[in-house]
Design a protein around this ligand. Structure first.
Ligand code: KG4
Ligand code: ZN
Length: 349
């Protein structure tokens, strides 16, 4: 008999409820975006996010149940994002999930949001040859993992300052391009010259290969300050060129680490996920690296890259298979680490 997991995602600014069958078949994946509410502030306002989740979640839940064509009796577990994320946002999802679990007697399964992003590719592609190098780049996090088996993730690279998504969002803010910045920078970059502006790659003196995006942000600000009038027209060529040059620098920075990790760990496949994985330049670079080294390459489809509850159900399925579940005292964990082991990639070997 198929097992249906109802899953809830409210870690940041998307309210999402999904129904997934046997960890792999999406029956419904409803996402309600709050972009319009946060756009005037050019970033996510936590207080607004939690209030909006509270208002939206009953309708999103109903829509997911209707789309899946099921009733509560058909479910076998309730899964929810436990963290990392915004505390008020996480609490709304967690409490809704607990209410459902209590009312139905179903097991409750807490899920790590970043592990869920790393699982999203399995929803789209099924089996992925392991070991796999998994790059998860989002608005909150930038992580390169090695997945050796179905359950274990080893963290190889993390960011020491901004995430890749924040870097895109901050560039867009400087250029007055609106929020979120990633999609608009991506669009403008397509018609820009990536060699027009110089962005040197960060040099970290201790040999660490952590990601670092703050230097690129400062370089962008310098370019802007040195010719302020050039950048007034948001559709003008200088803006397109700056977006293209910046995007290329971010992609090169990420891919440099991915390639070193590939040399060191000889994976069988490459996986790309998280909101920034929608970026066309990054997708192309990933695809080319896979092709060059004859590696199976799995680019998570854009709808499963940005925050969604289906990926939460897919990760919960792994926990359910191991017989794991949580009690009604499940608490949000805003810093919930996503990895089982940490083996930092280092330039020395
Ligand atoms: O994974 P996600 O939906 O939320 C978090 O968990 O953070 O990622 C959102 C991030 C935002 O920073 C957004 O600007 C970025 O993903 N993003 C992109 C693109 N589409 C979304 N960044 C670059 N290029 C894109 N096409
Ligand atoms: Zn996310």
């Amino acid at each position: 008999m198929e097992r249906l997991i109802l899953s809830i995602e409210t870690s940041c600014d998307d309210t999402s409820v999904a129904v997934v069958s046997d960890g792999g078949t999406i029956r419904a994946n409803v996402v309600s975006s709050q972009i319009e509410e946060h756009a005037p502030y050019l970033g996510v306002v936590p207080e607004i996010a939690s209030r909006a989740h509270l208002t939206n979640i009953p309708q999103v839940f109903q829509a997911a149940m209707t789309r899946a064509g099921i009733g509560l009796n058909d479910l076998s577990a309730v899964a929810v994002t436990q963290g990392p994320g915004l505390i008020g946002s996480l609490l709304v999802g967690l409490n809704f999930a607990k209410g459902l679990a209590l009312g139905t007697g179903l097991p409750l399964i807490g899920v790590n949001h970043i592990r869920a992003h790393a699982r999203a590719a399995f929803l789209a592609f099924g089996e992925i040859p392991l070991p796999a190098l998994v790059l998860i780049v989002s608005g909150g996090h930038s992580h390169l993992f090695l997945r050796q088996d179905d359950d274990a993730l080893t963290l190889l690279v993390k960011t020491r300052d901004d995430s890749a998504g924040e870097a895109f969002d901050k560039l867009a803010k400087m250029l007055d391009l609106g929020f979120p910045g990633g999609p608009v920078v991506d669009r403008l970059a397509a018609a820009g010259d990536p060699r027009a502006y110089r962005f040197s790659q960060p040099k970290i003196s201790d040999g660490s290969l952590d990601f670092s995006f703050s230097g690129m942000k400062t370089a962008a600000l310098r370019h802007l300050e040195s010719h302020p009038t050039d950048f007034r027209d948001p559709e003008g060529q200088p803006v397109r060129d700056l977006c293209a040059s910046f995007q290329t620098a971010v992609v090169q920075h990420l891919m440099h680490r991915v390639n070193l990790a590939r040399e060191r760990y000889q994976p069988r496949s490459l996986v790309l996920g998280g909101g920034v994985a929608c970026n066309s330049g990054l997708r192309e670079a990933f695809r080319l690296l896979g092709k060059k080294h004859d590696l199976a390459t799995f680019l998570t489809p854009p709808a499963l890259c940005t925050d969604n509850a289906a990926m939460v159900a897919a990760e919960a399925w792994q926990r359910a298979r191991r017989g794991e579940h949580d009690g009604l005292d499940l608490a949000p964990d805003i810093k919930f680490p996503a990895y089982d082991a940490y083996a930092p990639l280092h330039s020395g070997g």
